[in-house]
Design a protein around this ligand. Structure first.
Ligand code: SF4
Length: 676
């Protein structure tokens, strides 16, 4: 097991390159900006971390200019070491900002200061690129759409398929994100393959012009490679390299790292995953063997339909037997398929190879997931199990499904990611309750007592905004604690009065979609300003409407907590209905909380309060997006003022001026509205 402590015996030698401060100053000057203290401090910290080969976590508030602060030392290191630096993001929006705006401008600005103009490329998982071979060949049909959806939706998917085929004739990059408007997963899957399904460039008749391979080639030549957290995690975990060789990684939007990595290693089993494998193996094997898997899938379907949703701590005997049936039937299909491609020699017909590989991939997935679920219950004590299994109930289109995810990804991150690279982690929200420890523990960087010296530093470079002068944190202490039965009339009255005082201009962040919809329904008639709700249209379109029309309000849930960036007078008030703790029946959060408590820690603070602090800070961070912004963050949950954990949560928020006086807040909002 590699040590999480990077080797500090060598220093990066860059004798001919200007110091990072000088490069940053040149870049800022060329881009027409001015020196920002936090940006300089962050650039130096990143450079020091690279030189010392020591991980660093930097919290940098909105407006710091953090992308420049890490890109400048990253480019410098790439030039000095002649190896790429990888920059990973959680969202496509940030990827686009880096590749379409920040990096082109920065490369041009620094060209004269460096041996050559910095180069950059974007690299995503194979699924994100059009597969030329699948486009042209008789690949097994992705007929899931027809099985699951009604005729109207199938025809909508059909139109998307046609649009992809037209686009495929012109596209130069074959990148799904170029397709605007986007297409649904069913349509895209007709023309894309996973890394496991890909035939490999050597065998594939389209290998020489493959979009995914061309993207890899471009990344191999670049100084900076932009990717996402999922690909970063897969590259770190697998034995083969997906990303070019690198010794430094910058993880931006690092507050999302754990969730994204957990998603990558979460397995799922349902009637549809089994049915999909049966269709894939279809006519390739004897009918009776395929039928065995079909029947096992039917058993699973009946069992899951009757079982209660939620975490499964004890494996019911009948579920254990059904999982074993599914596993064994999948294994029988794998055996019946015969030797795998690599053992069938180079002479195999590529079309057949593609069909067989797709079948192996789907069967392996079913077999390995069923086995992993059976293994999950092997340990004596349920609190010490490495994996958590739970059942999600079916919703409209989706059948009930069994899931399995690791209790923690800390060990994996420590060994696979931090063990062999220098990692820079950054976000506007990393120091929860004023300290980095909570997230560092989840990353595997703080593991006291396990004998590992995790060498890392935490640095908060602050924010250029004057929070106490620009923003008010209002906690509605007079309201009752939020109950289970939706929003009480007192909450609706409070929201209506705040919105009226602000003249609209409100972003409502709710802890559930149900609450967002209920509030919208109840207030639409009552308010004179337009009120949009997430789900009315695409979120991008709704945010655009909200930003363009000052009185318009927008209500919604999770993706709005982190994804809205609206500077200016269209956003003067952020309303948060309740402290966003994970639901008590959240299977992973509750298992993690139980595990911490069993080890003598405070499970509530380590898991639920940390989760809530992160989201609250992200939600409150929507208010001030530029130096001239002003406004109010109104939290309607009185526990933020009264509960014993409230100081931890408030210490995670920007340092706004705080009050619980509703008259004062409404007065401030009215004044702001009259200035707009
Ligand atoms: S190499 Fe793989 S992804 Fe590329 S065209 Fe061939 S099968 Fe598709």
């Amino acid at each position: 097991m590699p040590d999480a402590t990077p080797d500090t015996s060598q220093k990066t030698a860059a004798p001919d390159l200007p110091p990072v401060e000088e490069l940053l100053a040149a870049a800022v000057h060329a881009l027409g900006g001015s020196e920002r203290q936090g940006q300089v401090a962050m650039a130096k910290a990143v450079q020091d971390a690279i030189d010392a080969r020591e991980h660093v976590a930097v919290q940098a508030g909105t407006g710091t200019g953090k992308s420049l602060a890490y890109l400048v030392p990253s480019i410098r290191h790439a030039m000095a070491s002649e190896a790429a630096v990888v920059v990973s993001t959680a969202t496509i929006a940030l990827q686009r900002q880096l590749v379409d705006r920040d990096l082109p401008r920065l490369a041009e600005a620094l060209a004269a200061e460096l041996p050559h103009e910095p180069t950059f490329a974007i690299l995503k998982g194979r699924r994100n690129y059009l597969c030329r071979y699948k486009l042209s060949a008789a690949w097994p049909e992705e007929d899931e759409a027809e099985q699951l959806f009604d005729a109207r939706e199938v025809s909508a998917t059909g139109r998307m398929v046609k649009r992809i085929q037209e686009w495929a004739e012109d596209t130069e990059l074959g990148d799904r994100d170029e397709l605007v408007p986007g297409v649904n997963e069913q349509a895209w899957r007709q023309f894309s393959v996973s890394a496991k399904e890909c035939l490999g460039a050597q065998k594939c008749p389209s290998g020489a012009e493959c979009f995914a391979e061309l993207a890899r080639d471009r990344a191999g030549q670049a100084d900076i490679v932009v990717t996402n957290h999922s690909l970063l995690a897969i590259d770190a975990m697998e034995d083969f390299d997906l990303l070019p060789e690198h010794d430094v990684v910058v993880v931006d939007e690092a507050h999302e790292l754990v969730d994204r990595v957990t998603s990558v290693v979460t397995g799922e089993l349902s009637e549809s995953t089994v049915g999909f494998a049966v269709r894939r193996v279809g006519r390739l094997i004897e009918q009776a063997v395929a039928d065995r898997l079909l029947e096992a899938g039917e058993d699973l379907k009946a069992l899951l339909a009757a079982a209660p949703a939620g975490r499964i701590d004890d494996l019911p005997e009948v579920l254990g037997m059904t999982l074993a049936l599914v596993r064994d039937a999948a294994f029988a299909c794998i055996t019946a398929l015969g030797p795998r491609g690599e053992r069938r020699g180079a002479g195999e017909d590529p079309e057949q190879a593609g069909i067989r590989k797709a079948a192996f991939t789907a069967l392996d997935e079913v077999h390995d997931t069923a086995q992993r679920m059976l293994d999950a219950f092997g340990h004596d004590s349920e609190v010490d199990r490495a994996d958590v299994v739970w059942l999600d109930e079916g919703t409209g289109r989706m059948p009930p499904r069994l899931n399995i995810a690791p209790l923690s990804v800390a060990g994996m991150l420590r060994d696979k990611l931090f063990g062999s690279r220098t990692v820079v982690l950054t976000s506007a929200t990393l120091a929860l309750g004023g300290a980095f420890d909570g997230l560092a523990r989840q990353w595997g960087l703080a593991a006291p007592g396990d004998g590992k010296k995790a060498t890392w530093q935490g640095l908060d470079v602050g924010s250029p905004f004057d929070h106490p002068r620009s923003g008010i944190l209002y906690v509605a202490k007079h309201l009752p604690s939020p109950g289970r039965d939706g929003l009480s009339p007192a909450y609706l009255d409070e929201i209506a009065e705040l919105i009226e005082a602000a003249g609209g201009r409100t972003l409502g962040l709710f802890s559930s979609m149900r609450a967002a919809k209920a509030a919208t329904e109840a207030l639409r008639e009552r308010l004179s300003v337009p009120l949009l709700c997430q789900g009315d249209d695409s979120t991008m379109q709704l945010v655009k409407q909200f930003a363009q029309d000052e009185p318009t309000c927008l209500f919604g849930t999770l993706s709005l907590w982190q994804g809205v960036d609206v500077p200016g007078p269209s956003l003067r008030l952020v309303i948060i209905d309740r402290i966003p703790f994970p639901r008590p029946d959240d299977p992973l959060a509750s298992a993690r909380q139980r595990h911490v408590a069993a080890k003598g820690g405070n499970g509530f603070m380590a898991v639920a309060a940390t989760h809530a602090a992160l989201l609250l800070a992200q939600g409150a961070g929507r208010l001030l997006r530029s130096q001239s912004d002003k406004g109010v963050v109104a939290v309607l949950d009185p526990r933020l003022a009264t509960a014993r954990y409230s100081s931890f949560l408030r210490a995670s928020l920007p340092p706004f001026w705080e009050t619980s006086n509703p008259d004062m807040v409404r007065g401030a909002l009215k004044r702001l509205a009259s200035e707009s």
